[in-house]
Write a protein that binds this ligand. Structure first.
Ligand code: BGC
Length: 776
């Protein structure tokens, strides 16, 4: 242990209330881990139990306890800047447990008080949307290991991630924190992340369970969603994560589903999660989520975070009146104890406060480069060695590593593209390199004050005069312009944010005109939180690299791909539509406000969050399921992405012509081009669709090859199970695999199917183990 401190069992002690009668002498007391949990529970006072199921609250310095906004967690207890802690009960050897955000890296405070001798920076990894675009679960697991190591070394017990809601609409404000529009990709990525983080002996929280897909009125909105869509799209991702990742905790979401807050829903938390999926971990609320602590206890939401005195009062009163049975409380306490026994705080695992940030930066850089998607390339990339670059765009000099809110990370630095290209041996036009940072600095100073959780407004692009553009075209070899977009928790993106501004388009046009006149190329880099409109301008530049928000190593990773140091191999895990109106959920996005403000809203919610609802009448037709089935043209389809080479996908071999219990499928992939590269092989399935309407194709498997040299091959195989063939039949509340002919489609994207083969299923199969419906 270097310069660390041993975990304390004592903080929060002052808040413990225990009646004298219940306090036996210390020697007689059961101790967690040494005695049975049952005995420990029997020795607890009612107050202690209630404390244990409610966190210790958020007491930020200088803020009254009533100041609960922003809801993003922030506590000074345990590890400063963590999101919350649980109560310690030292007399029973129950330590406080520390939980902290979030999906792109550990979010804790970087400095502590006046102590300037030490910093607590964490690695800002790429956003989840980028990680998903790598289609590489091994890579994501590696990122998880590095992230989990920081969690452990900074003395935190649980990372509040991965976040895994659905990219239902491009304007979802937290889409950057989520993986994909497809549940298989989201679920597999989340499971890999969970395995990676938890390999370090710390926990995760798969969040936000479930259907918290947009930010608008998120604390009150009622998501009306059909049983089939709920099971096949929204729950399915969590099901995979729970089954394949086994997260220590799941975080219930803010919203209601079909009339009930998810945190108060026995159907979701007990029926689906525990009964259907066999989940044996803990459920915690999102921060201040839901309303009725008693209903939450009954539903199986064991831990209320960050925990409030009002919740404790309500729970004690309900126990007194009999509205809440002691047995329910004891069940929840038992699950919390089981969880606590796994934590480093309980096990006394030492921590150094000094993780290997250098090694983790290397992981972040590689992951970032592997998840970028080359959307277009007409001979512009890779950049030839040492070419002189006219580097434009504010974000080239002031990169956007990730989104804001709880998904942000207090990183030590962010590498700009200017720095990345320079270190890769490229000269950047000196006048631009001088003008941009100065301009950005001046503009930043003019911005109105904001809380650390608010996304900074975009500052207008530095206007580069026409004469300058012509000079750049003469004096440099290639133009690279970066378009930047941020996004953050608490609000959805706007239509304006989805489009490029007139100034951005004009700049792309001016640069293209000038550079093309000199027979030189223009590259556009998108440093963005989510999907954008591209069709109106994409024909103008010669190449477009979708760099997403790549984390703190942004500039190195972008430059790695631009120069070919890393072969581009990312593929879209979310469709780029031609226009926003084409997205099926846009017809009723974000939903409608019901009558007046929510009468039950208290605290920060009063006057802000209003009763609202949204109907998911896009049903299961989310993303490519819609575009492919309805034949709607896309800008860039799901699964799409270019490399610096090409691949040939050989004959598809099936293990049989008839489906028995399982079916194997395999294909040989060969690098048919001139550069090394990695291919993402996507297995889609078309089901007969006799009883239920079925999408033209659905992703059922994916595999990424290793780096293949020109001419080199790799065979990838998949196993299809009955569940892969099935759809959710709401009428019988079961998964049904129909009899009939199925077609396996192997594609390089959902619109680029290279091989097909069919097999038959002779009998219909119902898959058991599904609880009743969730709401109406
Ligand atoms: C977010 C969660 C986060 C929590 C604690 C909430 O506002 O929705 O994702 O984990 O704050 O910071």
């Amino acid at each position: 242990m270097r310069g660390g401190y041993s975990r304390s069992l004592t903080f929060g002690l002052s808040l413990l209330v225990a009646t004298a009668a219940s306090l036996a002498s210390a020697a007689d007391l059961p101790q967690l881990g040494k005695s049975s949990d049952k005995d420990v529970i029997a020795a607890m006072t009612r107050e202690e139990k209630v404390n244990l199921v409610t966190g210790t609250g958020m007491r930020m310095p200088g803020q009254p306890p009533s100041a609960q906004a922003p809801v993003v967690g922030n506590t000074q207890q345990g590890v400063p800047g963590a999101a919350g802690t649980t109560f310690a009960i030292p007399r029973l050897s129950i330590p406080a447990v520390v939980v902290a955000d979030g999906p792109a890296g550990l979010r804790i405070q970087a400095t502590r008080g006046d102590d300037k001798s030490k910093t607590y920076y964490c690695t800002h990894f790429p956003i989840e949307t980028l990680l998903a675009s790598s289609w590489d679960t091994e890579l994501v697991e590696r990122v998880g290991r590095a992230m989990g190591n920081e969690v452990k070394e900074y003395g935190v017990d649980v990372l509040l991630g991965p976040a895994m809601n659905t990219h239902r609409n491009p304007l979802g404000g937290r889409n950057f924190e989520y993986y994909s529009e497809d549940p298989l990709v989201s679920g597999r990525m989340a499971a890999a992340m969970i395995r990676g983080v938890q390999s370090q002996g710390v926990g995760t929280s798969a969040k936000h369970f479930v259907a918290n897909d947009h930010e608008w009125n998120r604390n009150t909105i009622d998501v009306k969603v059909g049983q089939r869509a709920l099971r096949e799209i929204y729950l399915h991702a969590f099901e995979i994560a729970v089954r394949e990742g086994q997260p220590w905790t799941v975080m219930s979401s803010y919203n209601k589903v079909n009339g009930t807050y998810t945190s108060e829903s026995p159907a979701l938390l007990t029926g689906v999660l525990r009964k259907d999926w066999g989940y044996d971990g803990l459920v915690m609320t999102d921060w201040f989520g839901g309303k009725d602590a008693i209903a939450q206890m009954k539903a199986g939401n064991e831990l209320l975070m960050p925990g409030t005195p009002a919740q404790r009062t309500a729970l004690l009163a309900a126990l007194e009146s009999g509205e809440l049975g002691e047995d329910v409380l004891d069940r929840n306490v038992a699950r919390i104890l089981e969880f606590v026994r796994r934590t480093p705080s309980f096990l006394g695992t030492p921590h150094s406060d000094a993780p290997d940030l250098k090694a983790h930066a290397a992981v972040a850089r590689q992951a970032a480069a592997e998840g970028m998607v080359l959307l277009k390339n007409q001979g512009a990339l890779p950049l030839a060695p040492s070419v002189r670059v006219a580097l434009l765009g504010n974000a080239s000099y002031s990169p956007i590593p990730g989104g804001t809110g709880s998904g942000n990370v207090n990183r030590a630095y962010t590498i700009s593209l200017a720095q990345g290209l320079k270190e890769a041996g490229h000269a950047i036009d000196a006048a631009l390199a001088e003008a941009y940072p100065r301009y950005i600095d001046d503009e930043n100073k003019k911005l109105p004050p904001r809380t650390p959780f608010q996304a900074p407004p975009l500052i207008a692009e530095l206007a580069v005069a026409n004469g300058d553009v012509e000079r750049l075209a003469r004096e440099t070899d290639t133009a690279v312009v970066t378009i930047g977009r941020n996004s953050g928790e608490g609000r959805d993106r706007t239509r304006e944010d989805f489009e490029l501004t007139a100034a951005e388009k004009a700049q792309i046009q001016d640069l293209a005109t000038a550079f093309h006149a000199q027979k030189k190329k223009l590259v556009v880099v998108l440093n963005v939180a989510g999907v954008l409109e591209t069709v109106s301008w994409r024909d103008i530049p010669d190449a477009i690299l979708l760099a997403w928000q790549p984390g703190q190593e942004a500039g190195y990773a972008i430059s790695d791909v631009l120069t070919g140091r890393t072969a581009p191999s990312g593929r879209l895990a979310t469709t780029f539509p031609v226009k926003w109106e084409d997205v099926p959920s846009s017809a009723n996005f974000p939903g409608k406000v019901l009558e007046g403000p929510d009468p039950n809203a208290t605290g920060f919610r009063a006057g802000q969050a209003r009763a609202a609802e949204v109907t998911y009448d896009d049903d299961i037709w989310v993303g490519y399921r819609h575009y492919a089935t309805k034949g709607v043209k896309t800008a860039y389809p799901f699964g799409y992405g270019l490399g610096y080479t090409t691949f040939q996908i050989g004959d598809l071999k099936l293990g049989g012509r008839e489906f028995q219990k399982e079916l194997q499928a395999s294909v040989k992939v060969t690098n048919s081009g001139k550069a090394a590269g990695r291919e993402v092989v996507q297995l889609y399935l078309s089901a007969p669709g006799k009883a239920l309407p079925k999408p033209t194709l659905e992703l059922k498997g994916f595999a990424k090859t290793k780096l293949l040299k020109p001419g080199e091959s790799e065979t990838v195989s998949f196993t299809l199970t009955a569940r892969d063939l099935a759809s959710f039949d709401a009428a019988s509340s079961s998964w049904v695999a129909e009899a009939g002919t199925y077609t396996v489609k192997i594609g390089a994207s959902s619109e680029d199917i290279r091989q097909t083969a069919t097999f038959a299923k002779t009998t219909e199969e119902k898959i058991a183990g599904v609880s009743t419906s969730i709401g109406q």
